[in-house]
Design a binder for this molecule. Sequence first.
Ligand code: FAD
Length: 432
Amino acid sequence: MTKDSYDLIIVGCGMAGAAAGLTALKEDLTVCIIERKKSEFVGRKICGELAPLKMVKWLEKEFSISLDYYSLKGLEICTLSGYVDSTQGVARVRDPLCTIDRWQFGQVMMKELLRRGAEFCHEVVTGPVWRNGVHGVKTHGRSYYGTLTVDCSGVFSALSRGLWQGLGSSSSIGLGYKENVILEEPIPKEYAAIIFDNSIVPSGYFWFFPKGKCELNVGAGGMALHCAPFRKAVNQVLKSYPCFRVKEKNSTGYGALPLGAPLSSMVAPGLLVCGDAAGQANPLTGEGIAPSLNAGHMAVTTAVEAIRRKDVSVAALWKYNYDFMQKFGRIFGSLLPLRDFMVSLSVKELKLLLQNVITDEVLYELEENEPSYTLKTILTTAANAARNPSLLFKLGRAVGRMSILRAIYDRYPKDPRRFPQWRQHAAAWGGL
Ligand SMILES: Cc1cc2nc3c(=O)[nH]c(=O)nc-3n(C[C@H](O)[C@H](O)[C@H](O)COP(=O)(O)OP(=O)(O)OC[C@H]3O[C@@H](n4cnc5c(N)ncnc54)[C@H](O)[C@@H]3O)c2cc1C
């Protein structure tokens, strides 16, 4: 028998929903999770299954959850020929990563939620219960009431559609095709790889993420607007390199993910939005698992305070916006020009950059640090290489835009009254 009202209603038991639920239960809130999948299918999702190793360690520390994973040394960015022969130009980010089994991960998280006292309802949410704010959700058969609602329903959000404009336009939705491949012979790869080749995948990339010595999660993805026949592209690549002798394939299929900037505000009265529903994936790499887990945790940390103070207004929930933008928004927002630049390159141009300009250190700095410092590094390196001035000009322009967007996101307002002005400024620079 379900209760009439909860502290927290969570829509969707994916990455964001599970982290939100576990955080709330740790704080003794009452939690109802409404999920459209049957419990045995929770976690089943088309995904590259790559995540930072520190995320697995965080789950262990925070919620005593342990997962099976395959360790990787970091991420390589290369061309197809560079993947097979690294002397052809490869840039590496040496931040430890791992591949997980997404279905097993989802099941472990759900069982932990149930063990800690969450209520799990297998229903499809159709919209919010709205009375000057969100007071819960409607399904086909009934309404569920909560002091706060957390929308974690994924890329085609069940709730935020009617409340926000902007997210969900086809220009910011990405598509990916994925296969789990068992190889006949081991391939000695210690890095996950993202491979750009716009002659096969325009506006996108391939990924090769090892899941074991003879197992790879392989896929191709990109912006939905330029939807290429990804399945054909993956098969073409696997066939053209003798090192991939495929014994068996499983878990194949297409999936969608957000590849734009995150929602500029992820709160409304009585509502917080997390994960893909809020556009919280890295637009360059498509990484969304760790940001979604983090967002679920951050949102509920703010929610706990709001519920205790009996104030679920936008002002009371704003801290979540601010925290997310400080940690992820500033990086994701500013990576948009770099993503557009990378997918615009021909294989020849990319090879030139990877061999001469985009070194491992530059890549790391572009992601983590201040892009304008990186610009200096790039131009100094480029001056030495000096082979293709127009390409270097395009790169310089992309890094310049990154720098401006980073500065805009760094000034994300702490006070919601300053938000309209900030939003206007960010939109004018193409950061939303
Ligand atoms: C092809 C592909 C490859 C990817 N590879 C990677 C990768 O290697 N690494 C990485 O970090 N990220 C990757 N991502 C992104 C990552 O999978 C997502 O960013 C992440 O899963 C988002 O988590 P979430 O909790 O927001 O959404 P989800 O995990 O999608 O969970 C949403 C949940 O809400 C439920 N739901 C939806 N609508 C309703 C409704 N109306 N009522 C009730 N329940 C509902 C769904 O059934 C689902 O369980 C990839 C994505 C795709 C598509």
